[in-house]
Design a protein around this ligand. Structure first.
Ligand code: 3PG
Ligand code: MG
Length: 397
């Protein structure tokens, strides 16, 4: 796999670089609530600018349905991107149309443009290879070389991630290289004790990664909405908590296989409704009222999980411990995140919600070894799945 360093040493002054980034940031209306993914791609953009490249950045945002949808415009991202970069970012109001063409044509050495949302075009995510390749060819016309730094999207077989890499000399950006370095350390022989902390709502989303990691870890700590299916598998009643009934047997099997490795909550915060102003109490996991739902792990569980993390040399955390977006149910995620910052070892936070939680809860990002920008992508890597965006970079002609 060729990397940005190879491109820089070959010289890129005056050349047009098509840079795929993952600028799929969470928005509240048009306000960016977490700009971590924009900041994560800056080192690549800065290096290309300093080398005098003419940089056209492309990204998706959200899941529009192959046609322009103002709800998913990248325009607010262009504004924040320029502010963080400290340089202008020209924004084109289409992806491959006349606005994009004239924006790309106007780039001088070291200039940066951002084109409108890739997913406003059916070709980006199409399952039909010809349709995807036709769109990839339109994108490829904007660059002399292609750099992929969209780690969060490398698990997608999309035109801008997969097909375009076959049409231009292709290089991995700094973020992609760093993410792969970190994740390969977790799948190789991580220094033990190796503790994995999983949360989030669904066991089914995490099943493949649990299967892949269970033999490697010393402890697997499970919180978040998914813990209730495990508690049910232990014969406990979980009231109105999130439950994947079809996964109960699978969880029982994992518990039997995992034995002492698997650490579950002993108390939870049970609420009368999924709302910030709902009545709520801390209850033992054997005393969840029938009419309540667990929305966070409880304080005794935070201590148990912190004890499971103490002394760890390698930690991977993916998924919040509770509904951290609602203040009464944020303490579990905050407590576990703080315990991870105290670990004297290599700590990795998976992307998506857990990375957003670190920033939303005001934790010091530098207290973690690495905060991934890929939620699905990092899980699929750890599952041992092939990532189309990475294969495409490795097999490039
Ligand atoms: C993500 O946020 O997971 C990535 O940006 C990929 O987005 P997607 O799940 O909509 O493909
Ligand atoms: Mg996703």
């Amino acid at each position: 796999m060729k990397t940005l360093d190879d491109l820089l040493s070959a010289g890129v002054k005056g050349r047009r670089v098509l840079l795929r980034a993952d600028l799929n940031v969470p928005l509240d209306g048009s306000t960016i609530t977490d700009d971590g993914r924009i900041r994560a791609v800056l080192p690549t953009v800065i290096a290309l600018r300093e080398a005098g490249a003419r940089i056209t950045v492309v990204s998706h945002l959200g899941r529009p349905k192959g046609a322009p949808d103002p709800k998913y415009t990248l325009e607010p991202v262009a504004v924040r991107f320029a502010a963080l970069l400290g340089a202008p970012v020209a924004f084109a109001a289409d992806t491959v149309g006349p606005a994009a063409q004239s924006t790309v044509d106007a780039l001088g050495d070291g200039d940066v443009a951002l084109l409108e949302n890739l997913r406003f075009n059916v070709g980006e995510t199409s399952k039909d290879t010809d349709t995807r390749q036709a769109f990839a060819a339109q994108l490829a016309a904007f660059g002399d070389v292609y750099v992929d730094d969209a780690f969060g999207a490398v698990h997608r077989k999309h035109a801008s991630v997969f097909d375009v890499a076959a049409l231009l000399p292709a290089y991995a950006g700094k973020l992609v290289v760093r993410e792969l370095d970190v994740l390969s350390a977790l799948t190789g022989t991580p220094t033990s004790p190796y503790v994995v902390v999983l949360g989030g709502s669904k066991v089914s989303d995490k099943l493949a990664v649990i299967n892949a990691l269970l033999p490697k870890v010393d402890r697997l700590v499970i919180g978040g909405g998914m813990c209730f299916t495990f508690l049910k598998a232990q014969g406990l009643e979980v009231g109105k908590s999130l439950l994947e009934a079809e996964m109960i047997d699978t969880c029982a099997d994992l518990l039997a296989r995992g034995g002492d490795k698997i650490v579950l909550p002993t108390d939870v915060v049970a609420a009368s409704a999924f709302a910030a102003d709902a009545d709520h109490d801390v209850v033992g996991v054997d005393a969840i009222p029938a009419d309540r739902l667990g929305l966070d792990i409880g304080p005794a569980t935070v201590n148990t999980f912190a004890a499971a993390l103490a002394g760890a040399k390698t930690v991977f955390w993916n998924g919040p411990m509770g509904v951290f977006e609602l203040a009464p149910f944020a303490a579990g995620t905050l407590g576990v995140a703080e315990a991870i910052t105290k670990v004297d070892g290599f700590t990795v936070v998976g992307g998506g919600d857990s990375a957003a939680a670190v920033r939303a809860l005001g934790l010091d990002e530098s207290a973690f070894g690495h905060i991934s920008t890929g939620g699905g992508a990092s899980l699929e890597y750890l599952e041992g799945k092939e990532l189309p965006g990475i294969s495409a970079l490795s097999s490039e002609a």
